[in-house]
Design a protein around this ligand. Sequence first.
Ligand SMILES: Nc1ncnc2c1ncn2[C@@H]1O[C@H](COP(=O)(O)OP(=O)(O)OP(=O)(O)O)[C@@H](O)[C@H]1O
Ligand SMILES: [Mg+2]
Length: 321
Amino acid sequence: MIPIEISSVKKSYGDLKAVDGVSFSVNEGEVFALVGPNGAGKTTLIEILEGLRKKDEGAVKILGLDPWENGYVLHRRIGVIPQNFTFFDKANPTEAVKYYADLFDVKVDPDEILKEVLLEDSTGVLFENLSGGQKQKMGLALSLVNSPELLFLDEPTTGLDPTARRAIWDVIRGLRKKRKTVILTTHYLDEAEQLSDRVAIMNHGHIVAMGTSDEIIAAHGSGERLEIHGSEELATYVRANTNLKVEYRGKGLISIALTQKTDALAALAAAEQSGLDWGEIHTRRDSLDDVFVKLVSGTIDAHGEITVENNNDGSPDKRRL
Ligand SMILES: Nc1ncnc2c1ncn2[C@@H]1O[C@H](COP(=O)(O)OP(=O)(O)OP(=O)(O)O)[C@@H](O)[C@H]1O
Ligand SMILES: [Mg+2]
């Protein structure tokens, strides 16, 4: 069974289209990252999938069930960490796990669960005294109490320092190893790249790109480029003496699109032949971060078309969403 299958999901708050026709499916054992800027609609979408908010339109099947109609059954089979997870100040992680186990009417060993989330050293510390990272780990522990088949983690690492983030990554990697299906939202592209099998970039209620990070970079990023520090005159010379696409980017930076390895040799040979000065050289390819910035700073018109800077020549490129 496909754990998550949604199509054309929409949700508005008054005139604001928070989720505006989103479709995707997530396979069993897959870690799927939903990334997007503040207000993109991630939490709204996730909460629709969890059965906590009602969609306006579209089809949603979670573990084969409609989450709004079958919330009671579904909530026993999924694990959730809401955005800004919090708990009773005066409870410690062991008590919290026991409390959740009672709610779900399941028997668990709190120590075992707290060890799984790397919180075994702080089982007796009151929630109010846990660090931000420890609080998030406790949230993860609670989401695991009912041995869920599917986990929804809404920004599990926001606001944490790099070490605490990496500790949460280890826990999520552990879940991945156990073939749990996980849907994760984050603002950190490196996190999406490191942890997930596929990434969906959401902006203004739309998914603007989806796939593995390599696929997204290949579809929306610019290909490999050779960058040479040199003058506009040098750029003109290389352009005139090769078949290459040479751009002068200003401030002494020349960028040359590479379609094959020998292009770099041809470019450097022409630069040398010019007799002009040239300095540092390196090759560069768009990262997921670069692509994200391009996509979310593009403008979306009323027909759902996004105008993004074209990856190679800077001219506008319209894509249908
Ligand atoms: N209950 C609500 N009533 C009215 N508007 C809402 C409500 N919940 C969310 N919104 C609006 O819907 C849009 C999407 O919000 P949402 O919380 O889904 O975004 P998000 O991608 O999770 O953002 P963030 O990264 O900041 O968590 C925002 O403009 C938000 O202000
Ligand atoms: Mg959110």
